[in-house]
Design a protein around this ligand. Sequence first.
Ligand code: 3PG
Length: 306
Amino acid sequence: MKILVATEKPFAKAAVDGIRNIVEKAGHSLSLLEKYTDVNDFYKAVADADALIVRSDKVTKEVIDAAKQLKIVVRAGAGYDNLDLTACSAKNIVAMNTPGQNSNAVAELAIGMMIYMSRNTFKPGTGSELKGKKLGIHAYGNVGKLAADIAKGFGMEVFAYDPFVSADKIKAEGVTPLNNVDELYATCHFVSLHIPANEQTKKSIGYQLLSKMPKGGCLINTARKEVINEAELVKAMEERVDLKYCSDIAPDNASEMSEKFQNRYFATPKKMGAETAEANINAGLASANQIVKFLATGDKTFQVNK
Ligand code: 3PG
C-alpha cells in the first residue's frame, strides 16, 4: 500500500527516516511530498495513496475527493482542526491524531515565550521574573499539564480552568482548579492557552477576558490563532498599555499588531510549538505505527471521526 507524507512544513530527517523504516518493514511504500506550494501537487500525490500523514496541512473536501483509495489519514500532532472530518466520514476514511506526542515541545515553548515577554522581548531595560507569578492554564490537557509542571519548577503559582477535567485530578497535581474562565483571567499574570479550535472556541478569547487580567497581564497562545478575537485583542491592548500577547503563530492582523504594540507583541510566522526533532520523531513515528496497525488489524485507537 502507498503511504503518503504530505508536509508543507517538513519533519526533521530523522523522523522521515523512522517513518520510512516502519512503513517499509510492514511491506508498504512511502511517498513524500514536502514543502509544496501548490495544492494541486497535494491533489496529485494523494490520488493513489492508501494512507496519509499530515501536520497542519489542510485536508479539505477537495483533498479527500482527489484521494481515490484513501483509507486513513493521521494528523501527526494534537489539533485536528485542519481535517475535514465530515468529508472523511462520508468516504469511510478513518481520521486520527497522535495525542501527547508533541506536547512537551509546545509546553517548553509556552514557558520560553513567558520568559521572552517578561524580559521585554530581550530589549535593554529591566524585566521581571516568573518566580512568584500566577500562571493560568486555560485547558488542562497534555500540553497544559506539562506547561504547569515546568512552571512549578520556576516557582510559579499555577491555576487551571478546564470543564472537561475533574478538579480532583488538577488538585492532585499541585495546580489550583478554578470554576470559571473569568476567574482564571482575573487571577493570573500569565494565561497559557491550550484550547482546541472548534465552533465553540473560535474567537472566544477577547476583550471581556483580556481586560480582566491583572497589571502586566500576558496571554501566551500556542494553541490556534482562530480562538482569538483579534479586533478585541487590539481593543484590549490599546486600552491597557500593560497587556502583552505572544503566540507561536502569526495572527491575521500581524502587521497591525507589530505596528501598534512593538514591545508588547511577538509571534512566530509559522506554527513553531511542535518544531523540535523530538516532537517530529514522536508524532511522525506514532503516525506511521498507527497506520501500519490499522492496515494490518483495523485498530482504530485515536480515531477522531467516530
Ligand atoms: C499540534 O496541533 O499538534 C501542533 O499545533 C503542531 O502543529 P504542526 O505539526 O504544524 O507543527
